[in-house]
Design a protein around this ligand. Structure first.
Ligand SMILES: [Cu+2]
Length: 448
């Protein structure tokens, strides 16, 4: 009888013969596996079986393709058993939401760049054409590649000059949620938008594969109201927090049919901020870190998942609760857009007559903030061109006073596709409403 290990080994010998970029350190990773605890052994031991190239995995047969909200997946061509991709870095015009555009740098005309998808053991050749005014490189963040394919300027390769096309070639030994970004002047190039997600599916179908598999890149920007370029030297005062480079209400909702198993892969290439991403309506389990897939027995429940800078996390849940559920960063400033912070707290202050007295000095002056910021979602204040309101999307009950890193998961019965199904229609009697005097009386509630 032939074991799986022997079978894969045989396939690798056939597939790997003509391939230069095969992953080299099968032996090393096996040794590592032997030295580690059970969890790591389970992961590394398993994936090192696949560290040599295998025949190309096929979408549909070997994996459920990723859906990138507001984004796309990178197409490939199969040449002699190798998946061939092409990325082009260049200046792009990007819209964060209607009303706010910026000149960014991106891959293939977008930021984040297209999501790259592969299957454990796939052999890849990725061309990168540099149409930027600066040199660049691409680092395959989290993927165990041969050293010379790691994309670190000066250390593992020369920078890719303007106008040149470089070639990266490697096999992907581990399943997981990874990223790609420049490793040349990272501070500038990532702040300008050069980043993307890179998902490697397991070679063997998982016991409970996701019905819908979503990928979201988290990023942060500073764009001074009225300007068109991110401040790439910003360290602290970011004012645009994005999911796949969009702010709410431009974030495309994640749609699920009732009962489907949903996976959400989150990646963070912000300069400075970690993001606790909170999901309403469900308990999710942590299914992957950037170290790979977590064995079923080691997964644990949560409903806020912290995604640190330079990391990825994948969470899973069963969409068994119909409705429009929000998923957002729980850092409250990260769900605001282009907010000014240098303002005093006026909550509770007596500002009667202040506007009338200031207006002769500052035409159009308006006193705001006596009751917090919620009212500002509806206020139409004069703003510089190319600036968006701090917050505000339309909901069935009025204005949703959120912005930034905020999206929705729309779970529905009886939908046939995954287009935005519109607002949820709540069954009668299931929405919070004003209590009647009879109800207050019945339950002994006094309000004065
Ligand atoms: Cu955040």
């Amino acid at each position: 009888m032939i074991t799986r290990r022997e079978m894969l080994g045989a396939a690798a010998t056939v597939g790997g013969a003509a391939f230069l970029g095969g992953v080299n350190e099968v032996g090393a990773s096996r040794a590592l596996a032997d030295d580690q605890g059970d969890l790591v052994k389970a992961n590394v031991g398993r994936t090192s079986d696949n560290a040599k190239p295998l025949p190309p995995g096929e979408p549909g047969r070997d994996y459920t393709p990723i859906f990138t909200p507001n984004g796309v997946t990178l197409e490939y061509r199969l040449i002699d058993g190798v998946k061939v991709f092409h990325l082009t870095a260049g200046e792009i015009e990007h819209e964060f939401a209607p009303g706010l555009k910026a000149h960014l740098w991106g891959y293939n005309g977008r930021s984040p760049g297209p999501t790259i998808e592969a299957v454990e053991g796939d052999r890849l050749r990725i061309y990168i054409t540099n149409n930027l005014s600066a040199p660049t490189t691409v680092h395959w963040h989290g993927i165990r590649v041969p050293n010379g394919m790691d994309g670190v300027n000066g250390l593992t390769q020369e920078p890719i000059p303007t106008g040149a096309t470089f070639k990266y070639e490697f096999a992907v030994p581990d399943a997981g949620t990874f990223m790609y970004h420049p490793h040349f002047d990272e501070m500038t190039q990532q702040a300008m938008g050069l980043m993307g997600m890179f998902v490697v599916h397991p070679r063997q179908r998982q016991k409970a594969p996701a019905d819908r598999d979503y990928a979201i890149m988290l990023s942060e920007w500073r764009i001074i109201p009225g300007t068109f370029r991110p401040v790439t030297t910003e360290m602290l005062d970011f004012n645009i927090f994005t999911m796949n480079s969009k702010v709410f209400p431009a974030t495309q909702p994640l749609v699920a049919k009732i009962g489907e198993r949903i996976r959400v892969r989150l990646a963070n290439l912000c300069a400075m901020d970690h993001h606790p991403i909170h999901l309403h309506g469900f308990q999710m389990v942590l299914a992957e870190t950037d170290g790979g897939i977590i064995p079923e027995s080691a997964r644990y429940a949560m409903n806020t998942v912290l995604v640190p800078v330079g990391s990825t996390r994948a969470v899973e849940f069963v969409a068994d609760n119909p409705g429009d559920w929000v998923m957002h960063c729980h850092m409250t400033h990260h769900t605001m857009n282009q907010m000014g912070h240098d303002i005093p707290n006026l909550i509770g202050a007596n500002l009667k007559g202040l506007s009338t007295r200031v207006r002769p000095l500052v035409p159009g002056y308006m006193t705001m903030g006596q009751n917090g910021m919620g009212e500002m979602a509806d206020m139409r204040m004069p703003m510089p061109a190319n600036t968006i309101a701090m917050l505000g999307g339309k909901g069935p009950f009025g204005t949703i006073d959120m912005g930034g890193m905020f999206t929705m998961i729309k779970v529905r019965d009886q939908i046939t596709g995954y287009d935005d199904p519109g607002d949820y229609r709540h069954p009668p009697g299931t929405v919070a409403v004003a209590a009647t005097p009879e109800e207050l009386n019945r339950d002994g509630i006094t309000t004065k």
